[in-house]
Design a protein around this ligand. Structure first.
Ligand SMILES: [Fe+2]
Ligand SMILES: [Fe+2]
Length: 161
């Protein structure tokens, strides 16, 4: 099974990615490590790509722009959670809220985008997602956090530049 969007969807993905990069501080997250050697930025791009691929593969009727924006911003907490700092304690529990607050400073987010970011740490954060887009993001995030998978997808995405 190959995680690969159609050329048309790939264009949509890149257009929205470029737009989010222009309108936010997301490129700062290039400097923060998520898992292994993968930066938060690369992780977020991979999660958004996989989320979009899942909805297309399952032919789910969701709005591409909402899904991709919500997924790109799900870890928009903008700090290195590996640094020893009291404010980074309990990162797993609190970063979704922090990401949402940061994202709201840069964008007017719709209800679905907000739910995606706020609920992506389910079941660690026990309130379940309300929208299908948020469930897809939850799953894509867990797949990509698996490491190997994220690394492979990420490499492919960047090699196509
Ligand atoms: Fe997260
Ligand atoms: Fe994540």
């Amino acid at each position: 099974m190959t995680v690969k969007l159609s050329p048309a969807d790939e264009r949509i993905f890149r257009q929205i990615l470029a737009e989010v990069c222009r309108q936010s501080r997301i490129l700062q997250s290039v400097h923060y490590i998520q898992h292994g050697s993968t930066s938060v930025f690369r992780h977020s791009v991979a999660v958004a790509y996989v989320s979009f691929w899942i909805v297309r593969s399952l032919r789910l009727a969701v709005e591409a722009r909402t899904l991709i924006r919500g997924a790109l911003l799900h870890d928009y907490f903008l700090y290195d959670w590996h640094e020893k700092d009291d404010s980074h304690k309990w990162h797993g529990f609190y970063h979704a809220g922090k990401a949402l607050r940061n994202a709201m400073e840069d964008f007017e987010l719709n209800e679905v985008e907000q739910d995606m970011i706020r609920r992506h740490m389910f079941p660690l954060n026990p309130v379940p997602p309300r929208h299908v887009e948020s469930w897809v993001l939850c799953i894509a995030d867990k797949i990509c956090s698996g490491g190997e998978t994220a690394e492979g997808i990420v490499k492919r995405i960047w090699q196509q530049e």
